[in-house]
Design a protein around this ligand. Structure first.
Ligand SMILES: NC(=O)c1ccc[n+]([C@@H]2O[C@H](COP(=O)([O-])OP(=O)(O)OC[C@H]3O[C@@H](n4cnc5c(N)ncnc54)[C@H](O)[C@@H]3O)[C@@H](O)[C@H]2O)c1
Ligand SMILES: N[C@@H](CCO)C(=O)O
Ligand code: NA
Length: 438
């Protein structure tokens, strides 16, 4: 059978990797897909030809993205430019002209996916986005198909490679934040705007997508709570280690009474948990289904070839399903589109978790007692407390506490009251803790 013609938009880290994988593994890909995949055209503002193995396999390379989308000989558009615009307009135009789409763009899917999938459904075309979440890990496929029998209870994942790389470097080498970030950028892990990685926005994009697939809810990026890693101090990493914990940047989506928790933040995890030992650029997603129990998916969360692995898997899926009836394909968000239920996302002060607290207080009789009283009055019970003796000549001590589970709203009130004491210096540092055992 004749090869399927595709057009690639963007020839950067992921675009280049996709060309390489399609070229290197062309024969095996064709054996799996049933037909060859031919890169008829590609377009990019710029690219590094010396970095792209297989570049000579591309029929035609230009700079006009829309010209590729309008080309009637192309059946599938692979969007790898990133960002919301013009990616959204390109994808919508591709759909309008009856082309299937494969994308690695989580910002686009998290923010505009409801519209994109609606348009794709009306036009009867497929949109693949496996590469958008956790790079090379086939987590979308797992949630949509492999775990389809389950009532999913919760998901917790390390879903930003750059952030995990930085935290790992800080812990292992006492390396500073800026140097670790520069290294992640040089390796092609980071987003064009790395604040998306560091501030947790990229992880929030991915978690939004995972939560939809797991719970059958529309994409609701605007309701995801997001806290980044830029305020994690080496001191907190060391304190956590002393207490038997590691700090990981987690995305957590959980069904609980009254709604769904959707939150990205630094998290203390007991050091023996598998997730606590996922280091460097590696990602991992723990999914708890009622029938299967906990399942863990681990692999490279970023980088050229791992991400291309997912892009090409989607391409193979599209090629295999080209002639199938659109109504009988696996739904984009795992649930039939008219079965998505708009369950509310819980506000952050309604969630329940335990906490690591660090504060600096005057080393004077009664100060500790006052803090403990406030915590008790707000319903916060302390699991462990450590006091760092003041250095010679110092008047203040550092207190590190671990609490039992409590509603975040109560913790906020307790922290506000503690910060208002004149015996307490500066802010109370708070990092959430999860056991991930239930
Ligand atoms: N880098 C990774 O490890 C990784 C992993 C998973 C998903 N992603 C996603 O894949 C997408 C691409 O990321 P990347 O790291 O390959 O980016 P990149 O910056 O390395 O490459 C982007 C490519 O698109 C081109 N481009 C961008 N905007 C353009 C425009 N307006 N007109 C013409 N060309 C344009 C650039 O010239 C370049 O060739 C993003 O959505 C990103 O979030 C990246
Ligand atoms: N910037 C992203 C790329 C993969 O999505 C990360 O570091 O995880
Ligand atoms: Na994936």
């Amino acid at each position: 059978m004749e090869a399927v013609s595709i057009g690639i938009l963007g020839l950067g880290t992921v675009g280049g990797g996709t060309v390489t994988v399609l070229t290197r593994n062309a024969r095996e890909i064709a054996r799996r897909a049933g037909r060859g995949i031919e890169i008829a055209r590609a377009a990019a503002r710029d690219y590094r030809p010396e970095r792209i193995e297989g570049l000579n396999q591309i029929g035609q390379i230009g700079t006009d993205l829309f010209a590729v989308v309008e080309d009637p000989s192309i059946q599938v558009i692979v969007e790898l430019i990133g960002g919301e615009s013009p990616a959204f307009e390109l994808v919508m135009r591709a759909i309008e002209t009856g082309k299937h789409v494969v994308t690695a763009n989580k910002a686009l899917i998290a923010k505009r996916g409801n519209e994109i999938f609606g348009a794709a459904r009306r036009r009867g075309v497929m949109v693949g986005f496996e590469a958008a979440v956790a790079g090379g890990i086939p987590i979308i496929k797992a949630l949509r198909e492999g775990l389809a029998a389950n009532h999913i209870e919760w998901i917790a994942g390390i879903i930003n490679g750059t952030g995990n790389f930085i935290l790992t470097q800080m812990r292992d080498h006492g390396c500073d934040f800026a140097a670790a970030l520069a290294d992640a950028q040089a390796r092609g892990y980071a987003e064009v705007d790395p604040t998306l990685d560091i501030e947790g926005i990229d992880a929030a994009h991915k978690l939004t997508i995972l939560a939809s697939l797991a719970f059958g809810i529309p994409l609701q990026f605007e309701h995801c709570f997001t806290e980044g890693i830029s305020r994690i101090d080496p001191e907190d990493i060391a304190n956590a280690a002393e207490l038997g914990y590691r700090i990981k940047h987690l995305g957590i989506a959980r069904r609980s009474a009254g709604g769904i928790e959707l939150r990205v933040h630094p998290t203390l995890l007991p050091e023996r948990r598998l997730l606590a030992n996922v280091d460097g650029v590696m990602n991992a997603i723990l999914v708890k289904g009622d029938a299967v129990g906990p399942t863990l998916f681990y692999g490279a969360g970023a980088g050229a070839l791992p991400t291309a692995s997912s892009v090409v898997a989607d391409l193979i899926d599209v090629v295999r399903a080209l002639t199938t009836d659109p109504n009988h394909r696996v739904p984009h968000l795992a649930f039939q589109p008219d079965e998505l239920v708009d369950i509310p996302i819980l506000p952050m002060d309604a969630i329940q978790t335990s906490y690591y607290l660090r504060l600096t207080a005057l080393d004077r009789l009664g100060v500790m007692g006052r803090i403990a009283t406030i915590l008790g009055e707000e319903g916060v019970s302390i699991e462990a407390i450590e006091q760092r003796a003041p250095a010679a000549g110092e008047t203040h001590v550092t207190l590190v506490m671990l609490t039992h589970r409590v509603i975040e709203g109560q913790m906020n009130r307790a922290i506000a009251r503690i910060e208002a004491l004149d015996t307490v210096q500066g802010r109370v540092k708070r990092i959430r803790m999860e056991s991930l055992s239930g």
